[in-house]
Every structure is written in C-alpha cells, then in structure tokens.
Design a protein around this ligand. Sequence first.
Ligand SMILES: [Zn+2]
Length: 279
Amino acid sequence: MPELPEVETVRRTLEPFVLDRTISRVEVLYPRVLQSISPQEFTLALVGNRFTSLTRRGKYLLFTVSTGLVMVVHLRMTGRLVAMSSSEVPREKHTSAVFTFSAGGELRFIDQRKFGTINLLPPDRLTEVRGLREMGPEPLGDGFTPAYLARVCEGKKAPIKSVLLDQRQIAGLGNIYADESLFAAGIHPMRPAGELRPGEVERLYDAIRTVLTDAVANQGTTFRDYRTGIGTEGSFQNKLQVYGRKGLPCPNCGQTLQHARVGGRTSHFCPHCQGGPEQ
Ligand SMILES: [Zn+2]
C-alpha cells in the first residue's frame, strides 16, 4: 500500500501536469470507486472546471476544483494515478476513472484490487471522510515533535509498531516505513509503547523523520504496483534495511533478519540490533 513517501511523490509528479488545465471529459468506468456521489453528478461537477491545487494529508490526495469543491482520493492497496500526455496510449485493464484535459492528455485512476476511493465534497464537509477527520499530525510537519511522540506512547500497552501504524496518532506511516524507522532507532516492534525510555522516543522521532525524508527524496518504494504520477518506479526499495528482507543478513550486524506478526501485520526486524520485546 502506498504510504506517505509514495503519495507525496504522486502529488509532486502530478502537480505540473494536472493544475489549471480545463477538464473536458470525465469517464467513470468503475462506478463503485466513487463515495456518496453518482457518476453523473461527479462528471457534471468537474467538466469545464480545473484543478487549482493538489495537496496531501496522510495517505489522501486532495484536488481542489476551481468551483471550490475538493476531490479526495485514497489509493488504498493498488490504486495508481497516472498522467498520460496522450489519450492514444491504450488503457490498462483496471482503469477505474479517466479525466481528459481540453489541452490534451489524461489523468487515469488505475486500480487492480479496486479498494481505492474517490470523493467529491465542499471543503466544510471534508470531515465526513472519517480517515481525514481523525488523522494525527503529519510526521514531517511542525505538529510532530518528540514531546508529541512521547505523549502518544505514554501509558500504552500496545506494541510500538501498532501505535506507529495508527493514522489517528501519526499520519501516513505504513508497514514499510514503520519497520524501517524502528530498525533505525534500534527498537523492537513488539515493545509496549508505554515502556519506551525518553532516549528511545527521541531516537524513534529522529528515525521517522530521517527515513521518511530519505524515502520522499527517492520517490518511494516500488515492489509491485506503486508508480509515480508519471509512471516511473521509486528507488527506495534499494535502500531498505529490514522491510521485505527476512532471512537475509542484517546490514548492521550480519545476524539473520526475522519477521513476526504484530497487530495483524508482518514486521521485519533484527533480533540483535533491536533487542527483545522485553528490553
Ligand atoms: Zn542487526
């Protein structure tokens, strides 16, 4: 699933392509991609108008329309938003929606698993999207501080890995970057969050910021489906230390990397460098 670095890369690569171009046609090929709006209403609200800004919140993309409405997109498991300079390029099988621009070119939403969603709302109704309403601070923004992370962990018996994945606590972290951050901080994913020492919380805070910044600079991680907004692959998969590397040697100490289920998700870690769950 695309996480903060992937969604941010999609935003950055799409921005120059989609902004201030008049939308001449909208095709909804998979109507269930739309949340609480019919394909007819959706098309009517967009055709003849433009996207005036493209921002990101957690794993959501927010396209502001020239009418003031906001198109909210979540890519979920396999969703991709790709700019096509020509409508001539054959459409992929799982294309759910196509936005054609009058100056030429298309924005396509392609989603093999079909869990991705598109919503269209006035700005004062964005809180109807529960994921947006309940979202914690951006980990690369000013609202995310060591003191905030300490407050989030305080008193919690849940494994730190589960706390990091909770979008209500921190926006945009998923399995890849939670595992990489915990490795960089030397903290076992099963450690109860409330038992982290102040120095460990500081290390984890620094690790989250460093890992995410580096991943954005590398345009995210491509294993299978994820592509940037112009269809290219990210390169952070070449820099992963533990995620997806079970059975391989730890890049730090050489011991065999392990994996375990934590909160229903597979966690990758080094049993030596990240100590034990009871440290
Ligand atoms: Zn190690």
